[in-house]
Ligand binder design. Sequence first.
Ligand SMILES: Nc1ncnc2c1ncn2[C@@H]1O[C@H](COP(=O)(O)OP(=O)(O)OP(=O)(O)O)[C@@H](O)[C@H]1O
Ligand SMILES: [Mg+2]
Length: 359
Amino acid sequence: MSSRLEAEHLYKVFGRRQNEAVERLRQGADREELRADGTTAAVIDASFTVEPGQIFVVMGLSGSGKSTLLRMLNGLLEPTAGHVRFDGQDLTELGAADLRAVRSRKISMVFQHFALFPHRSVRENAAYGLEVQGVPRAEREKRADEALALCGLAGWEKSWPDELSGGMQQRVGLARALATDADLLLMDESFSALDPLIRRDMQDQLLELQKTLKKTIVFITHDLNEAMRLGDSIAVMRDGRIVQIGSAEDILMRPADDYVASFTQDVDRSRVLTAGAVMDTAVRGDEADCGCETATPGTPFVELCALSARLTHPVAVLDEQRELVGVVPRQRVLDFLADGASDAVPCDAPRDGQVIAHA
Ligand SMILES: Nc1ncnc2c1ncn2[C@@H]1O[C@H](COP(=O)(O)OP(=O)(O)OP(=O)(O)O)[C@@H](O)[C@H]1O
Ligand SMILES: [Mg+2]
């Protein structure tokens, strides 16, 4: 199966002599050198692929080029060089009308401050994308109501936006994007304006929705904890360039450079790591029958730590077919607890008979 979305050597330069700037960047010039000439290299040589159903997170500091990259993915900005392919179709080669059609039917954007129309009901707001597509009223209201229900807003269809809290308004934005049936959701700091508890709630809701909807999502954030919770794959941007692409574990355990590592200092490792990321894979098959505790590769490492008080054997990690795929040695759990993360880890002795849950 081909990738759903593909960015190939994308560049976006603002200001003077853009093509010349791209040439200089290709030869290794950086942002600072170009800035002296009044040219901004917003995105430099960005390449990645996003598979169907994946959440691809782009993170980086303010000004690193995230929003510019996102706007090239739906054709709102034309790349100075490079290509964007969506389902194999090169967006950079489409005419304006075709591009508009792709953008309104297949791609939806959710922004940080979602502007709802104050004099339209919640339902009409959620149906807006469908209205733009020319979908008849009865059908668009039905689909809007379904999307609102998915986002936990059933019963609010006839309310006005100002009757909703900030978090609920943001959900209307999400519902608007979902109602259009777009396969590709582009989310630019969509949850950043929400307070922390509601933000976490929205993250959970998105992950829950994603289990059934299986959209392809590009999610921008400057928050690494959010990136790690949501991202199947995470790209870290610095000064216009993608400096690392990897899983949460890759970023956390194998940061490409000091810049990436500096992001990871504040991350609550216990919530990100899984048994699969820390297990030893060179194991003998018969250890599965040792009567020890078992986990799946997706079991949060924090759950292993909860058992640490009475662990005597390694934890066996079993896949869906209950084949042994690795073990987590007891010492690794203890080392981890000693490594400063213990505050976040509940390490009381577990209740009798507790066995690590299978996913
Ligand atoms: N239309 C524009 N014209 C000129 N420069 C621009 C334009 N849009 C963005 N830039 C510049 O490109 C760089 C990247 O901006 P961008 O908005 O993509 O960053 P970002 O990572 O989304 O930042 P933030 O986290 O603050 O949203 C910045 O230096 C910005 O000033
Ligand atoms: Mg931005």
